[in-house]
Design a protein. Structure first.
Length: 71
């Protein structure tokens, strides 16, 4: 009898981080091209772009590292 193979949790965490990071990054690009009427204190450093990119690349690394693993 074959036992089912499962992906580790970090595979799915990587996918979620990639998707969420991509959405945050794209919203940061949108806000860069269309600035809001009310500026926040740190708006000039564009934190959505930085954190979106960091989340996307870290999620991509976690996905790439665990893509062939099964538990």
């Amino acid at each position: 009898m074959l036992t089912p193979k499962m992906k580790p949790i970090w595979f799915f965490v990587g996918l979620i981080l990639m998707v969420m990071g991509g959405v945050i990054f794209l919203s940061g690009i949108y806000q860069l091209l269309n600035p809001p009427a009310v500026k926040t204190v740190l708006a000039e450093i564009h934190p959505a772009i930085w954190w979106g990119a960091i989340m996307f690349f870290f999620g991509g690394f976690m996905y790439w590292k665990t893509r062939n693993q099964t538990v």
